[in-house]
Design a protein. Structure first.
Length: 508
């Protein structure tokens, strides 16, 4: 039955020779699926090799899913070795080479890539990076997260590893309901409900799928958060930018768009608007709510960073002012805690929540239940509040340093507003200047920032740029701002190098 030959003079190790011959016998059908091999000692004696050599050869085939060892019974050929051997890469290539079927044309389904707001190219080494507005990984509370995860795994509960409820991990849902109630949102049974989602964008996607009908438009802030615009492009949803003033979304411009009568929803950011850092006054919040009520249009409130406040007056969310069920609040833990958890939530009228839960169950059923339980346990132990206090101190120091340096060194004609929270400063350049043309000059000076065009709905080359301080150490902030301000001083003397086209956008 076995015709194995070992060549001691071969450069190939003996165990590889043995494995290769056994593999060929399985391929040729000389060893049937399910058949038993001779015992390891018997095989070693027949071939005149050591027992370790036979074990090493068999282990190679076990790793390839060609053999299987059953305790107390021996070693067998797997029942379906053809799955492994029958369609190897060589055979597949030969089959495809003779294929004459017409190729499927996927081009009609291509996304319009040019419509997307792409991030800048990867940063070069040595640059001070003011481009990325996200939490600093060096401030992540890994030790406490490890402690919580260890406890959950040492004391596992079955429900944490099951699908769970489509609304989310109920203890975390209840915690968020209490937090929303503390912020003035009516959370009595039948009024508003919380739904946990896989981050802010997933929550917004669920809402857009439900709200947009018959080609109606979504109104967004301009400039605004590029991820929202990209989501609208990916869902092929018509949208329009609404300008801002120093109080946030311009209510007069919003009224003009609403009067057209084809609006499915309005998305706005009342606190620490990205990229401008603007916080809406309570009066402006009431104006937007009144417009939503007048035109019966849902107002989606992006509350991404309300916990990242360093100073100033804390206003209630627009949802807390909403007595008629026109406002949908969307929040997230991505910026205040760990972005990789991908945990956000929707707070919406109870009757809408029922429909959203049905729609959500038909798509992703439930988001990562274990991570929701981890977050809830982290909060209940008091770790979240401690983490928040710690990062707020660090971010506040970085903001204060950046703003102080800009105050002292920014040349005439440039300006900025000190943000009360968030991760960034919006720097305004003189009229006619191009932040896009300024970027390569800044990189040559060792500084990277986000040009205004990446925040514009139609990608206009704005005379403004975003400087993020959240991920940059104080020494790097000082070096980067001094270098940037020196460049701006030079450009003030020779502005032709940074002038944009006359038809490009301006923030002033």
């Amino acid at each position: 039955m076995f015709h194995l030959q070992i060549r001691p003079d071969s450069a190939q190790p003996v165990y590889e020779q043995l494995a290769q011959q056994l593999r060929q016998m399985i391929r040729d059908g000389l060893l049937d699926p399910g058949s038993k091999l001779p015992g390891m000692r018997e095989l070693a004696a027949r071939l005149g090799v050591s027992l370790n050599t036979v074990h090493a050869a068999c282990n190679l085939l076990i790793a390839d899913n060609l053999l299987i060892t059953r305790r107390g019974s021996g070693t067998f050929v797997c029942e379906r070795p053809d799955v492994v051997l029958g369609m190897n890469l060589r055979t597949a290539g030969e089959l495809l080479a003779g294929c004459t079927a017409p190729r499927m044309d996927w081009s009609p389904l291509d996304f319009p890539a040019d419509d997307f707001i792409h991030p800048p190219p990867p940063r070069l080494k040595g640059l001070v990076n003011f481009a990325k507005a996200s939490p600093d990984p060096t401030l992540y509370p890994f030790d406490r997260v490890k402690k919580v995860v260890s406890n959950m795994l040492w004391n596992p509960q079955e429900l944490l590893f099951e699908y769970g409820h489509v609304q989310g991990h109920q203890p975390l849902v209840e915690h968020l309901e209490r937090q929303m109630a503390l912020r003035g949102v009516p959370m009595a049974v039948g009024e508003n409900e919380v739904i946990i989602t896989g981050g802010f964008q997933r929550g917004l996607s669920i809402l857009l799928h439900h709200l947009v009908r018959d080609g109606r438009r979504i109104l967004v802030e301009d400039p605004g958060y590029s991820a929202v615009v990209n989501l609208l492009h990916s869902e092929r949803i018509a949208h329009c930018g609404v300008p801002l003033d120093d109080q946030g979304l311009d209510s007069a411009a919003l009224r003009r768009e609403l009067e057209r009568g084809d609006v499915a929803a309005v998305i706005c950011t009342p606190d620490f608007h990205n990229p401008t850092g603007i916080c809406m006054s309570k009066a402006r919040r009431r104006e937007l709510l009144a417009l939503a009520q007048e035109f019966a249009v849902p107002l989606i409130e992006d509350d991404w960073g309300t916990e990242l406040r360093y100073d100033g007056v804390r206003h209630p969310p627009i949802k807390a002012l909403d007595g008629g069920g026109h406002v949908i609040h969307v929040g997230s833990f991505s910026k205040s805690f760990l972005p990789g958890l991908r945990i956000g939530w929707i707070t919406c009228p109870a009757d809408l929540a029922v429909s959203l839960l049905i729609a959500k169950k038909g798509t992703d059923r439930v988001d990562n239940f274990f991570l929701q339980a981890l977050l809830h346990e982290f909060i209940m132990r008091g770790y979240y509040e401690r983490h928040l206090r710690s990062v707020l101190r660090s971010y506040r120091r970085r903001r204060d340093l950046m703003c102080s340096l800009l105050d002292r060194h920014l040349p005439r004609g440039c300006g900025f507003s000190r943000p009360q929270g968030g991760f960034s400063v919006w720097l305004r350049l003189p009229p006619g200047w191009s932040s896009g043309r300024l970027l390569p000059l800044a990189r040559n000076r060792g500084v990277e920032f986000l040009p205004g065009s990446y925040c514009s709905v139609d990608r206009r080359d704005l005379n403004a740029l975003r400087l993020s301080f959240s991920r940059t150490e104080p020494a790097e902030i000082e070096r980067g701002i001094l270098s940037l301000c020196s460049l701006l001083q030079d450009c003030s003397r020779r502005p032709a190098s940074v002038l944009g086209n006359r038809d490009k956008g301006s923030t002033q």
